[in-house]
Design a protein. Structure first.
Ligand SMILES: Cc1cc2nc3c(=O)[nH]c(=O)nc-3n(C[C@H](O)[C@H](O)[C@H](O)COP(=O)(O)OP(=O)(O)OC[C@H]3O[C@@H](n4cnc5c(N)ncnc54)[C@H](O)[C@@H]3O)c2cc1C
Ligand SMILES: Cc1cc2nc3c(=O)[nH]c(=O)nc-3n(C[C@H](O)[C@H](O)[C@H](O)COP(=O)(O)O)c2cc1C
Ligand code: SF4
Lengths: 433, 441
């Protein structure tokens, strides 16, 4: 049996599945039930200084759906915890005492002044929590008050606050990053410089999920008005994966532990984050959509996959895909593939034809009897037909062997690697040595 | 040459060889991976899901369907087998339309439940196809348990007990294990010898010794079993049948339907004699199976006659529709008066009935159905056993404890619960856990 336990920046947990700082971790009642359900750890809902914030009393969430009303994206305008600090601290202490083997990390957001951090850190330390996470990510409400994403968007502030935290506590410090920036490497580097033990990402993305066309107001609508919220759920996973990979690939932050967050719903999502460098993963929307029980599938699926592939520990797979994350200019231009349609699997819907004929390279033919075939002379292997086909594996990309002739270009497929840096069309090309 | 459906009397080989193969092949086509993905996608992962409550073995259905959706059907199978070691058979024989699928919230929403039974089959077939056994035995405890009856209840108990490290001797009166899985369930629900394949797979847990042709009350006795073992589990099903009790019921070709199906399950179908005109008496699953399989053997006319109203039939609407689809004529509110014939059956005389507050009464109006074969399916009965009864079954309290200390009972032979494969599995499992607790105390 694969070993799912982790030691993430000094924080131990029996599996890499943590609940992200959000409503699922807002109180003792939830966290106890989450631990009973099998979650390896939690990042407690972000604490702030008293007096506690207040939340709106109307709808906080908006949603985007896929077919069959499957929730794909969630948008929220909730703030940090709206309960008194002392209540949260007592509850954290009580939970940690009863679940010593689980990770209890406390998320914090206080004003950007050292006294505030000095004030709250000893209180958290006193609970016996395993670490702190600095919420530099919340993109709504709190950022209007100079906290959350307002800090996370300024690398200098990140570095400064992280340093204060490191100077004022022995607890491991995770810096939670906002995706609402242009280059995620800069805030990650800043956290690293400030002495962060790890980063976690992503927090939510600025969003308006929909507009009420009767009220002409964004949703969720409060008394006729709406404010932008933070987007999360399966829809944000690709954005989060890329940001995690960017930090993992960056030599400056290469060894900085990452807690991957954003749209994780199944074991496979988690495995992908881990492959791109995450040492733990955090889940919010999936738990909010399906309940705590989903962790069963995450645990069983990850274990099964690791057993099947002979991966013995989370450490052994963390970052395994990083060496294969490349830049466009280093992709092999001598790699040639063609789409291939499996006629036995094809149900003749014609979606590949519509996509290719109308918007790509006119490389699929359609016969009177609705047989769809790839025209190798035209196919550039763009993958669009594969992506729009409703049947998995019906259309596949087949690599052309070196030595064969690509009927589209009339050129022989070469064995040697050749990328843009050496391509004759590249004005800046350097001759291959 | 085949004999055809229009030969009078009882005859074997009425159909072409291919027709038998086709008729007795899988009733439902199993899902392939794509179909399973599409079907699993429909599950809402309900909280405290009603389907789980409706399953007598309480399988965590939303979890296993999610595991299929994330392409780990092996993990899904483990979720199933944790609760129900005969999850493979149950996926084939459970009347899901009265159990999990009836409770599915999508049945309420769209009248189309998630295909739980077929998904369960997809998962269990995948893992069983791997030919490995997903459970390992605990260290042996040195305790021995006698399990009498190798049907679903006995097998389920034996597996659970063996898993907990006890040594199990599994006795059965018949030559093969499986109980009604082997000798009763309709052939088209469990083709390709699935019942034996499943038993072989289940036995891989180790620690179970099967002893065939050992009948309680003949070769073996409860007293000596109780002396020789630390506990006894009785899972002997219902080996007797109710007699028709109508004039002429001893004529030739008036047969008990369970025996008819038993013979059919054990034979090459082309060698099974069937009438041109078959009359099945009864309204349950056995009656439906006898009637449908008579048609599939090539009987020209098959009627299934039930004495009460259609709504009182224990066979589900789906089963009834299946019978009708196979060309069985369903007749309700008619009770048998007499079987007529000289030597062998020729007709059955029925009287129409009304089911009123005072019970079932005949209307006096009668009719006759031609019959060269009469199959009686009006209920089964418990064989002799020396523990206290509750009505016509073994009295049990808690997880199958009988009146005798150290002796448990479950499945069809025990009082309470529906007479279904899945219920037998649940009772076997629960009794095993109770026995384990008793032996560990
Ligand atoms: C024709 C028919 C069709 C059915 N179809 C379905 C269906 O589609 N779906 C469904 O869920 N249920 C169905 N059932 C019901 C289901 O088969 C039973 O509920 C289930 O098999 C009960 O399991 P069991 O282990 O209690 O008993 P059984 O399966 O009856 O097993 C009892 C075992 O004990 C053995 N035995 C009996 N007496 C003795 C003795 N004195 N000594 C030693 N061994 C003994 C028998 O040989 C047998 O192997 C059907 C039943 C019949 C008769
Ligand atoms: C309602 C809601 C409230 C949230 N509150 C916080 C918070 O207080 N602190 C924080 O760091 N992140 C908060 N988040 C962000 C989540 O922790 C997480 O980073 C984000 O939802 C992405 O993960 P997901 O796609 O799994 O939901 C919140 C998210 C939601 C939906
Ligand atoms: S989930 Fe529904 S019922 Fe619960 S607090 Fe929100 S709006 Fe109210």
């Amino acid at each position: 049996m694969a070993d799912l336990s982790i030691n993430f920046a000094g924080i131990k947990s029996p599996n890499p599945f943590w609940l992200a700082s959000a409503p699922p971790t807002d109180k003792e009642y939830n966290v106890r039930r989450a631990f009973e359900a099998g979650w390896g750890g939690v990042v407690w809902k972000t604490l702030g200084l008293d007096p506690s914030v207040v939340n709106v009393n109307g709808p906080r969430y908006g949603a985007i759906y896929g077919a069959d009303r499957r929730l794909l994206g969630l948008n929220n305008i909730e703030l940090i915890t709206d309960r008194p600090l002392e209540t949260n601290l007592q509850e954290i202490k009580s939970v940690k005492r009863d679940y010593p083997d689980r990770a209890v990390v406390v998320s914090l957001m206080v004003p950007c002044e050292e006294w505030a951090w000095k004030q709250i850190l000893p209180l958290v330390e006193e609970t016996g929590a395993d670490g702190v996470e600095l919420n530099f990510g919340c993109p709504h409400g709190m950022s209007e008050r100079g906290m959350g994403a307002a800090v996370g968007q300024v690398p200098e502030y990140i570095e400064m606050v992280t340093r204060w935290v490191k100077q004022n506590t022995r607890m491991p410090c995770i810096v939670k990053l906002t995706p609402n920036i242009t280059d995620v490497r800069l805030p990650a580097e800043a956290a690293h410089r400030g002495g962060a033990d790890a980063v976690s990402l992503i927090n939510t993305i600025n969003s308006i999920t929909s507009v009420n066309l009767d009220l002409f107001a964004p949703e969720p609508t409060i008394d006729g008005k709406g404010a932008h919220g933070g987007y999360c759920g399966p829809a944000v996973k690709p954005i989060a994966l890329n940001m995690v990979a960017e930090i993992g690939r960056n030599p400056e932050t290469a060894n900085l532990p990452i807690s991957g967050i954003g749209g994780i719903t199944t074991w496979r999502d988690a495995a992908e984050f881990i492959a791109l460098g995450a040492g733990s993963v955090q889940v919010c929307t999936a738990a909010m959509t399906y309940g705590f029980k989903i962790v069963d599938e995450m645990i069983s699926g990850l274990s099964q996959w690791m057993d099947e592939k002979g991966h013995e520990s989370i450490d052994a797979i963390t970052g395994r895909a990083i060496p294969n994350c490349s830049d466009w200019k280093h992709l092999n231009l001598n790699y040639v593939a063609k789409a291939k349609i499996d006629q036995d699997l094809c149900i003749s819907c014609g979606r590949c034809f519509a996509a290719c004929e109308d918007t790509s390279h006119q490389a699929i033919s359609m016969s009177e009897d609705r047989t769809f075939e790839v025209i190798d002379e035209e196919c550039v292997a763009c993958n669009l037909c594969v992506n729009v086909c409703p049947i998995e594996d019906c259309i596949t990309m087949e690599e052309m062997a070196a030595g064969t002739t690509d009927p589209r270009t009339g050129k022989v497929v070469e064995e040697e690697f050749a990328d843009w840096t050496t391509h004759p069309n590249n004005p800046a090309a350097v001759a291959a040595e | 040459m085949t004999r055809g459906t229009r030969i009078d009397g009882i005859a074997a080989g009425r159909l072409e060889a291919e027709q038998y193969t086709q008729n007795f092949g899988d009733l439902y086509t199993p899902l392939d991976r794509h179909e399973a993905q599409v079907a699993s996608d429909r599950c809402y992962f309900c909280y405290d899901a009603p389907c789980v409550t409706a399953c007598p073995t309480t399988i965590d259905i939303p979890l296993f369907i999610r595991q299929i959706a994330t392409d780990t059907p092996e993990a899904a199978a483990k979720t199933i087998f944790n609760q129900n070691i005969l999850g493979g058979m149950c996926a084939r024989v459970c009347p899901t339309e009265q159990l999990c699928e009836e409770a599915c919230v999508r049945e309420a929403a769209e009248g189309k439940p998630v295909q739980i039974g077929l998904l369960q089959r997809y998962a269990t077939d995948t893992l069983m196809g791997r030919d490995t056994h997903p459970f390992t035995r605990a260290a042996t405890t040195g305790k021995t348990v006698a399990v009498v009856g190798a049907g679903p209840a006995g097998l389920s108990a034996a597996h659970r007990l063996a898993m907990h490290g006890h040594d199990v001797t599994l006795y059965d009166a018949r030559p093969k294990p499986g109980g009604l899985n082997e000798y009763g369930i309709a052939a088209y629900k469990t083709p390709e010898d699935f019942a034996q394949a499943e038993v072989d797979w289940l036995m891989k847990i180790g620690g179970i010794t099967f002893k065939h042709d050992q009948k309680l009350g003949a070769e073996i006795a409860l007293d000596s079993l109780a002396d020789q073992h630390d506990a006894v589990f009785l899972a002997i099903g219902l080996s007797g049948v109710n007699a028709l009790g109508a004039q002429g019921d001893t004529l030739e070709n008036v047969t008990d339907a369970v025996r008819f199906i038993d013979a059919l399950r054990q034979s090459d179908k082309s060698a099974v004699p069937v009438g041109r005109n078959v009359v099945v008496i009864g309204g349950g699953m056995t009656a439906v199976d006898a009637a449908v399989q008579s048609r599939l053997l090539g009987a020209e006319n098959v009627s299934m006659v039930y004495r009460r109203d259609q709504s009182r039939m224990s066979a589900s609407t789906k089963e009834q529709d299946h019978a009708a689809h196979e060309g069985v004529r369903l007749i309700f509110n008619a009770q048998p008066v007499a079987v007529h014939g000289s030597g062998a059956a020729q007709q059955v005389e029925f009287e129409y009935t009304v089911d009123g507050p005072g019970g079932l009464t005949g209307t006096g109006e009668t009719f006759q159905l031609p019959a060269d074969q009469v199959l009686v399916a009006i209920g089964q009965t418990l064989g002799a056993v020396s523990v206290d009864l509750d009505g016509r079954k073994i009295a049990v309290t808690g997880a199958g404890r009988t009146s005798r200390d150290g002796v448990w009972a479950g499945g069809d032979c025990a009082a309470g619960g529906d007479d279904l494969t899945v219920t037998a599995v649940a009772e076997g499992r629960d009794a095993a856990e109770d026995i384990h607790a008793y032996l560990s105390a």
